[in-house]
Ligand binder design. Structure first.
Ligand code: SAM
Ligand code: FES
Length: 352
């Protein structure tokens, strides 16, 4: 193992950051031995903060209509083959009811940027879910909004918000998105969300087109500055009806290595082993947990619409009922010596 890379991992643990050049050196020095060393360190820290607990979030994909046209995304507005759907308020509430029965205490409402769901509608849905399930946490993941909108959702009862920054490098950002979207606004949103008081999640795709160690280094530095409570990363996976249909998918090993480095840098962060990771490898989510992740986010959307929220090809768990997904995940997590708990799973700084 390269002794300089080992030293950097030790320093990352102690100081929580590295210089851009050091990040590039560490990220491009990935090999099996170094990855195992990083994972070992990450698991030690993870155990210290969270024991063998894995938190579970019920994901409700309530609309796949989107006004944006991100080049990587299967539900982008230019994809004429996507069959669009919207769940109504009652559908969403019934997903939550079912999730509650199954032991979920966090619901994540995710959608494309769908103008049909005005701020009033979102606030009403948030309010109804919080009244029906006051002991549950509510996370939104509905894209870039004004600060006033974020404040309104927060006042209505939403406590967490997921908005991946996608890439911290503005030039790279412009290669993944049309000109009307900017890295600057995405970052502004994240700082607004944190400032309002949300438990905030940023993140990026590993292996997105045109990404190299330099961009990943910038991502890590951005995370070290923002200090989000949650970080969502997963491999880029091409979708057949997008401009990136022929681009190679992100690597399993690099995603696992980045998970370990994130755990080492942000020891108490909430870090999911994502569905995308489970899509590129049959044991992807288990391997994610064994690299430092501590959250899983199974799908609670009605089976009738699941296939339609296809961000990338071959997405897993689109045919199973919520209860089946829950049982399957429980078993998978148990098989590696961890335990899914019925808990809101707040960030330690927001403990109640
Ligand atoms: N509209 C919201 C937003 O922009 O944050 C939430 C939905 S968006 C589809 C959720 C995440 O899916 C994105 O942040 C992106 O990182 C991820 N994603 C989209 N297309 C993907 C792909 N082809 N491979 C892997 N992840 C993808
Ligand atoms: Fe809007 Fe992907 S382009 S959710």
């Amino acid at each position: 193992m390269n002794p300089d890379a080992v030293k950097l991992i030790e320093r990352l643990k102690d100081t929580g950051t590295l210089s851009p050049e050091e990040w590039v050196f560490l990220i491009s020095g990935e090999d099996d031995e170094l990855a195992s060393f990083a994972a070992e360190g990450a698991l030690k820290i993870r155990r210290q903060y969270f024991g063998n607990k894995v938190y579970v979030r019920g994901l409700i994909e309530f609309s796949n209509c989107c006004r944006n046209d991100c080049y990587y995304c299967g539900i982008r507005r230019s994809n004429k083959n996507a069959q669009r759907y919207r769940l109504n308020e009652e559908d969403i509430l019934s997903c939550c009811r079912e999730g509650y029965e199954l032991g979920f205490r966090t619901f994540v409402l995710q959608s494309g940027e769908d103008p049909y769901f005005t701020d009033d509608k979102i606030c009403r849905i948030v309010d109804r879910i919080k009244k029906a399930h006051p002991d549950c946490a509510l996370t939104l993941s509905i894209g870039e909004k004004s600060r006033a909108s974020y404040q309104a959702y927060f006042d209505a009862g939403a406590e967490r918000y997921l908005l991946r920054h996608e890439t911290a490098d503005p030039v790279h950002y412009s290669l993944l998105h049309p000109a009307e979207l900017s890295s600057e606004n995405r970052k502004r949103c994240l700082y607004d969300l944190k400032d309002i008081g949300y438990q905030t999640g940023a993140g990026f795709m590993v292996g997105s087109p045109y990404q190299s160690a330099e961009q990943l280094a910038e991502d890590m530095i951005f995370l070290s500055e923002l200090k989000p409570q949650m970080v969502g990363i997963g491999p880029f996976i091409p979708h057949k009806d997008t401009p990136f249909c022929d681009k190679p998918q992100g690597s399993l090993k690099q995603t696992l290595f980045m998970l370990s480095l994130i755990r080492l840098m942000l020891p108490d962060v909430l870090l999911p082993a994502t569905t995308a990771l489970g899509t590129i490898h049959p044991k992807g989510r288990e391997l994610g947990i064994l690299s430092g992740a501590n959250v899983v986010m199974p799908n609670l959307s009605p089976v009738a619409v699941r296939k339609k929220y296809e961000l990338y090809d071959n997405k897993i768990c689109t045919g199973e009922e919520s209860a089946e997904c829950r049982t399957c995940l429980d078993k998978r997590i148990e098989s590696i010596g961890y335990e899914i708990v019925t808990d809101r799973g707040d960030h330690p700084d927001f403990g109640r």
